[in-house]
Design a protein around this ligand. Structure first.
Ligand SMILES: NC(=O)C1=CN([C@@H]2O[C@H](COP(=O)(O)OP(=O)(O)OC[C@H]3O[C@@H](n4cnc5c(N)ncnc54)[C@H](OP(=O)(O)O)[C@@H]3O)[C@@H](O)[C@H]2O)C=CC1
Ligand SMILES: CCCCCCCCCCCCCCCC(=O)[C@@H](N)CO
Length: 312
């Protein structure tokens, strides 16, 4: 292996926990890590979906020595997250990698949600991540350093919407932005413990969750995200892993994702080209932001012609 390509995210022989590992991106991440030699535990609510995913993960293993495990829990509750991770520790050992993929949204116009629905979206997209990270960090820190001296990792799954929130996702993007903030702050704090913290920022993933989204997604939102080609869950898992292997703190999975992130780096760790990108994009966005807002105004005028209020 060339000198400068040292893998910063080895998974071989390590214990990896994936929340939301029963379908979509989470299942693809679990399969990919099993193919690379990890012991894999998945956590989600629905036991039947967990069962069938675990069979696929078991079949993907490189060797029969690799252990697999599932645990059904609602991670919006702190107690269940702690119990789930304790069960993984008892079965497979202290987690070396905890990767949160649980999340999801029912897109819509903000005013149309009930207050309870808005709270549910924050629960699914932020509380699950917060509780999982909290429980993981407690286990990891009380277990002390790893035997082989390799770092442990906490990986979050956010969305490009954390950097550029668009109309129709306002129940969801704020939680994804909160994940980005947690990743940056916790990364700094975890320098104390030799634990790396990362966040991944996919754009459209053609997952079962995405199929559900399409049922309530406003036409305007479909127009705004129309330029995004989308990726399969497998592609997203592979791109995330590549970024993690390069040692990136914030990982994007497409060029468009890097472009959107380029305008929003703030104090997050970045490389040389990322810095150049950021300098250029601050200028580019003064045009792009206006163009995209212009699309919304165009859509409004179209609706007015048709005598409709907001496209519904
Ligand atoms: N699809 C997309 O276009 C994009 C998605 N993302 C993000 O990527 C991640 C994966 O998305 P996607 O592949 O679409 O996922 P899916 O919506 O297809 O699957 C979501 C997974 O999370 C689990 N889950 C949901 N709620 C909870 C909960 N309260 N406790 C425990 N597990 C839970 C689900 O299982 P169960 O229901 O049984 O609990 C399922 O395994 C999400 O965080 C999503 O927000 C980011 C960018 C784009
Ligand atoms: C120069 C810059 C050009 C930028 C143009 C703007 C394009 C916006 C694309 C937004 C894509 C939204 C993906 C949503 C992913 C997601 O998280 C949901 N599907 C929820 O799961």
């Amino acid at each position: 292996m060339p000198l400068f390509s040292k893998n910063k995210f080895p998974v071989d022989g390590r214990v990896a926990v994936i929340t939301g590992g029963s379908q979509g991106m989470g299942k693809s991440v679990a399969i990919l890590l099993a193919q690379r030699g990890a012991h894999v535990a998945i956590i989600a609510r629905n036991p039947a979906k967990l069962d069938s995913a675990l069979e696929e993960i078991r079949a993907a293993r490189r060797s029969a020595e690799q252990k697999v495990f599932l645990y059904s829990a609602d991670l919006t509750r702190g107690g269940e997250a702690a119990a789930a991770l304790a069960a993984v520790q008892a079965e497979l050992g202290t987690p070396d990698i905890v990767w949160t993929c649980a999340g999801g949204t029912q897109p819509g116009y903000f005013k149309d949600y009930s207050s309870a629905a808005l709270e549910r979206e924050i629960g699914i997209n932020y509380f699950t991540v917060m509780h999982t990270a909290h429980a993981a960090l407690r286990l990891m820190t009380s277990a002390g350093a790893t035997e082989d001296g390799r770092k442990r990792h906490i990986v979050f799954t956010s969305s490009v919407l954390a950097f550029y929130p668009i109309a129709g996702y306002n129940s969801y993007s704020p939680a994804k932005a909160a994940i980005r903030a947690l990743a940056d702050g916790l990364r700094q704090e975890c320098l104390l413990y030799d634990i790396d913290v990362h966040a991944c920022f996919p754009a459209t993933i053609y997952s079962p969750g995405f199929e559900e989204e399409q049922k309530t997604k406003p036409e305007l939102t479909k127009i705004l995200e129309g330029s995004d080609e989308g990726q399969t869950p497998q592609q997203v898992a592979e791109e995330c892993l590549k970024g993690l292997e390069r040692g990136e703190a914030l990982v994007t999975t497409t060029l468009m994702g890097s472009v959107i992130r380029g305008s929003a780096w703030g104090g997050s760790p970045k490389g040389f080209f990322d810095t150049l990108f950021a300098m250029v994009l601050v200028l580019v966005w003064s045009v792009v932001g206006r163009v995209v807002d212009g699309d919304v105004v165009k859509y409004k005028k179209k609706l007015e012609k048709e005598g409709k209020a907001d496209g519904k």
